[in-house]
Design a protein around this ligand. Structure first.
Ligand code: NAD
Ligand code: DAU
Length: 353
């Protein structure tokens, strides 16, 4: 049994689905169901006894102690976070509360539980912290990609809060010996991605014939990875990673934002032509994000060399799967936008859920 936090979000949800498709090892899934958490992502697991969903907060130490004592997981995979840079600019407090304080409380609960295990279980236990490439800061056009030894230079409240949580995780390894793993992944895309982030936002708005906002000059660069490849990298790291080490995960796929938006428009035009004309007509340049990092790029050679992980999807195959998924799942999109899924949660788990 493993304990996953944030498993109703984009990456955590994909991780839970992929894990249970490949293994019979059960998952306790702890998620606070913030605006970004959506149980409909996990609807195919309804009635599956291998998936135990717990609606709760990683800052609830009593709940954490009870879950750990009851389910006795061999690993914790920590996805739960506030994850959207723009929201962190408008309201940083929740990022400090969940990403820093929440990770601290989870680490303390994990340490107390781990301290009580017998020697073999202590040695096998893992705390896997899911972090981001944004902690490294921004690259100039001709800088080499981020390696694991790149200094931390976070620039947004989001990335600063993630960097702070990384440091806590590191300290719990060095001070207490808690067997931690930290992975730093680049931008993910794929099914179940909340339509506040660039790719799903572009798909959803383009289908609705709405303007497609591109920040600044559209020349900021991100390194895009299909979410299923990120989930596979986490499974590989959990299985073969060395405690205390950090691993970068990326797709070797740097692209400017404007190219991403144009690629999505072209795919939509191919798969569902718009009688009004090519969707690229909807693209508009808008005021830039404050402190907008210019370029991220991941050097993923360490995880490739030491753990044997490589992405299975190219951008061409991954973005096609993604666009097709959004075309086939308009109900999921409508529900996350309307908030109807929250009503479903109250019906399913009671008014206090
Ligand atoms: P997301 O915002 O889609 O999901 C976050 C999940 O965490 C939601 O289900 C939410 O309900 C839950 N959550 C938030 N606060 C909580 C709390 N206090 N207690 C319990 N649950 C809580 O995020 P995502 O994009 O799936 O990212 C998951 C993790 O991966 C994050 O740690 C993020 O920093 C990291 N990451 C994301 C990307 C990316 O491109 N999305 C890339 C690299 C790393
Ligand atoms: O690099 C990993 C990070 O990727 C994760 O740690 C974050 O959780 C995740 O949200 C993502 O952060 P970004 O800020 O890179 O993702 P976002 O989709 O918000 O933006 C991608 C790029 O697109 C960025 O340069 C800003 C730009 N953008 C975004 C939006 C929402 C636009 O031009 N227009 C938009 O409307």
């Amino acid at each position: 049994m493993i304990l996953v936090t944030g498993g109703a979000g984009f990456i955590g949800g994909n991780f839970v689905l992929d894990w249970l498709a490949e293994s019979d090892e059960a998952i306790v899934n702890l998620d606070a169901l913030t605006y970004a958490g959506n149980l409909e992502t996990l609807a195919t697991l309804d009635g599956d006894r291998r998936h135990i969903f717990v609606h709760g907060d990683i800052r609830d130490r009593t709940l954490l102690d009870r879950l750990l004592a009851t389910h006795r997981p061999r690993a914790i995979i920590h996805f739960a976070a506030e994850s959207h840079v723009d929201r962190s600019i408008h309201g940083p407090e929740e990022f400090i509360r969940t990403n820093i304080e929440g990770t601290f409380i989870l680490l303390e609960a994990a340490r107390a539980y781990w301290d009580g295990l017998d020697a073999a279980d202590r040695a096998a236990f893992r705390f896997h912290h899911v972090s981001t490439d944004e902690v490294y800061g921004s690259l100039a056009a001709d800088d080499p990609p981020f390696t694991e030894s790149h200094p931390n230079k976070p620039n947004s409240p989001y990335s600063a809060s993630k960097a702070a949580s990384d440091h806590l995780v590191r300290a719990w390894f060095h001070t207490y010996g808690l067997p931690v793993l930290t992975t730093h992944c680049s931008n993910n895309y794929g099914p179940f991605h909340f339509p506040e982030k660039l790719i799903p936002l572009t798909i959803v708005r383009a289908l609705a014939g709405q303007p497609l906002p591109v920040y600044g000059d559209g020349m900021n660069v991100r390194d895009w990875l299909y979410v299923g490849d990120h989930c596979a990298a986490i499974r590989t790291t959990l299985e073969r990673g060395t405690p205390g080490e950090t691993y970068n995960i990326g797709g070797w796929n740097e692209q400017t934002n404007i190219d991403i938006v144009r690629a999505v428009c072209a795919l939509l035009d191919e798969l569902r032509p718009d009688p009004a004309g090519p969707r690229a007509r909807l693209i508009g340049f808008v005021t830039d994000r404050p402190g907008h990092d210019r370029r991220y790029a991941i050097d993923a050679r360490k995880i490739e060399r030491e753990l044997g992980w490589r992405p299975a999807e190219t951008f061409a195959t991954g973005i096609r799967k993604t666009v097709e998924w959004y075309l086939e799942n308009p109900g999921w999109v409508a529900n996350v936008q309307s908030g109807a899924y929250r009503d479903w949660v109250s019906r399913q788990y009671g008014a206090s859920a």
